[in-house]
Design a protein around this ligand. Structure first.
Ligand code: 5RP
Length: 223
């Protein structure tokens, strides 16, 4: 199976976790796009979605799925999203699509995080994928030095030759050279650096389930 087919498979498998009559939290990315397409087949049986990005909102609305403001609704039963890496504890690196801040907000608002990913995302230790960190632009040079002191190299993410602007109007640093042996402690530490909006380690908001697309089908990992 191709990677795209594996993404379709897990996107469809995630429908089993959608609670009828409720609002579902929806992540961002190419795997989630497969989920959104599958969700359209259930649109008359759900109340709608809370979305983690402008891109997902546009896709949901184009398919006729109502999108609610996170502030207008209470706790969600489930949040469904992809990952750039996931380890054996359900800890993840996210933010390859620059949506990490809103993803973490919707994940925090949800009782359960169901991660959908193809098997290339499964790792023993987080850190091979460059770690996305959303930052306030005036702090990016100092935050870059703080990562350097930890042995990491932070690079400003560009789009069309200009600093990429997130949905929140901020910038992204992608940090290489880190091995995250204690993701919970690392997330807590970086979170409190002035100017960090969100660090793309999802340890406090880890997955409770991962639907992993493999050559032999969907493997369900529970954490
Ligand atoms: C976006 C994300 C995505 O979930 C992550 O990048 C995985 O994306 P894809 O499903 O396209 O591989 O965190 O900010």
């Amino acid at each position: 199976m191709t990677q795209d087919e594996l993404k379709t498979l897990v996107g469809q498998a995630a429908l089993a976790y959608v609670v009828p009559g409720e609002i579902v939290g929806v992540g961002t990315g190419s795997t989630v796009n497969k989920f959104i397409d599958a969700l359209a087949t259930l649109k008359d049986r759900i109340a709608g979605a809370v979305s983690s990005s402008q891109a997902s909102t546009a896709r949901l609305q184009a398919l006729g799925i109502p999108v609610f403001d996170a502030n207008a609704v209470g706790e969600l039963a489930v949040y469904i999203d992809g990952a750039d890496e996931i380890d054996g504890h359900g800890y993840m690196i996210k933010g390859g699509g620059a949506a990490l801040t809103r993803e973490k907000i919707v994940a925090a608002q949800s009782r359960r995080f169901v991660c959908i990913a193809d098997e290339s995302k499964r790792v023993e230790v987080l850190g091979r994928f460059p770690l996305p960190v959303e930052v306030i632009p005036m702090a990016s040079a100092r935050i870059t030095r703080q990562f350097a002191a930890m042995g990491g190299t932070a690079r400003l993410r560009l789009k069309d030759g200009q600093p990429l602007q997130t949905d929140n109007g901020q910038h992204i640093l992608d940090v290489t050279g880190l091995t995250l042996t204690d993701p919970l402690a690392f997330e807590s530490e970086v979170n409190q650096w002035p100017g960090v909006v969100t660090v793309g380690v999802f340890a406090h908001q880890r997955a409770s389930v991962c639907l992993l697309g493999t050559a032999s089908g969907v493997e369900t990992l529970k954490f």
